[in-house]
Design a protein around this ligand. Structure first.
Ligand SMILES: C[S@@+](CC[C@H](N)C(=O)[O-])C[C@H]1O[C@@H](n2cnc3c(N)ncnc32)[C@H](O)[C@@H]1O
Length: 371
């Protein structure tokens, strides 16, 4: 209690000091504090300006600047007509993009891809995520209003119609097309995390719950040639999975179940059940129903695997800030800490929950438990 009181006092003193303009001025000039003070000021500015950086990125994508530079370095004058902008506007965009490492100067008034621009070009999933952020951007126009009405009823809620649908099974092909394509395009980077962290090869039959178009199953099948594949998703999404798995020549190994995973029977017999980017979509009571259904469907001694970005830890900016507000706008779900998920899976009847490390926890952390 005494210790707690002292810590509180120290933190109150720190907050008072850091918010004092005279201290701020002194700290940015005094040699021993200058570096930290500038770094802190810079971090604060980056948060304040983040939405401008985002829109520079959007302009780079929408005008085709990044795609054009794939062909090689170019001058502002030659880029301008290709982007449909004046020379002055192109110059402004290119300089802003260079400051964000999306493009870089190649000397003699020529510009090429920057390190981040090149990385973006190689990642169709990130490009698709950026494009769909237009909907979220509108939803976040008044963040306080979004908090006050407790989310939902917005653009993103329409993009993910299952989040608040009374009868999700009735969603039509056109309702699920946009989000299913986005999930398939971005699944590769998540699948790499999961399959790099956990050897699915040791299992006989994998049920991917909310498995979308089957992108994760396709990646798993490539690593485990003898694995039987099962997928449970909404009927309209399962039709998309049928087409994708058919193209990949995997239909002979696959069982596809179309239905509402809250209401319809689950295929039984899997010794590995995966939820990839599914649990965080749902509120606690719904998650408990999903976990109990998984417990009932899993083969004795089977493994439950949950993969998604989680709250807390070193990647809290993604889990708590980005997904915190993203899921609020969508209208259901929340990012959970590994500890919260472990408690829930244990309550649902699974045992020995544990995290396995992934190479990029910002994309997905992986939690395992025994059935
Ligand atoms: C965020 S997506 C994740 C897709 C895929 N696992 C991935 O990571 O690419 C959630 C998936 O859950 C499915 N889903 C949502 N509600 C459902 C329900 N009530 N019954 C069956 N599937 C549902 C959606 O159709 C969607 O494919």
């Amino acid at each position: 209690m005494v210790l707690f009181f002292k810590k509180e006092q120290i933190l109150a003193w720190r907050d008072r000091t850091l918010s004092d303009p005279r201290f701020q001025r002194w700290a940015t000039q005094f040699p021993l504090t200058r570096f930290v003070a500038r770094r802190r000021a810079r971090a604060l500015f980056d948060i304040a300006a983040g939405f401008v950086y985002t829109q520079v990125l959007v302009a780079c994508m929408r005008t085709g600047l990044i795609a054009k530079l794939r062909e090689g370095p170019a001058s502002v004058e030659s880029l301008a007509p290709l982007l449909g902008l004046s020379v002055a506007a192109t110059e402004r965009l290119v300089r802003a993009a260079a400051a964000l490492k999306l493009v870089e100067s190649r000397g003699a008034e020529r510009w090429g891809l920057g390190t981040l621009g090149a990385a973006l070009l190689g990642n169709a999933g990130v490009q698709a995520m950026i494009a769909h952020h237009a909907v979220l951007y509108e939803d976040l126009r008044d963040p306080v209003a979004l908090l006050e009405r407790d989310g939902g009823g917005t653009g993103l809620a329409g993009y993910w119609p299952y989040a608040r649908a009374a009868a999700p099974s009735a969603l039509r092909a056109e309702d699920v097309a946009a989000y299913s394509a986005l999930m398939a395009a971005s699944n590769g980077m998540v699948a790499d995390q999961v399959l790099g962290a956990y050897p699915v090869r040791r299992h006989r039959r994998l049920l991917d719950v909310g498995g979308g178009e089957g992108a994760f199953l396709t990646a798993a099948a490539a690593r485990a040639p003898d694995l039987q594949l099962m997928l449970l998703d909404l009927p309209a999404v399962v039709e998309r999975a049928r087409a994708r798995l058919g193209e990949a020549g995997l239909l002979g190994r696959a069982t596809l179940a179309g239905g509402d995973f809250f209401a319809d029977p689950w295929p039984a017999g899997a010794d590995l059940i995966t939820f990839v980017r599914v649990i965080h979509d749902h509120d606690d009571e719904a998650v408990m129903r999903l976990l109990r259904a998984a417990r009932a469907a899993i083969a004795s001694g089977g493994t439950l695997l949950i993969a998604e970005p989680m709250a807390g830890g070193g990647e809290a900016a993604i889990g708590d800030a980005y997904f915190g507000f993203y899921l609020l706008a969508m209208g259901s779900g929340r990012a959970r800490t590994p500890e919260q998920l472990m408690k829930m899976v244990t309550e649902a009847g699974f045992s020995a929950p544990r995290l396995v490390p992934t190479a990029a926890p910002m994309l997905a952390r992986v939690l395992l438990a025994r059935g």
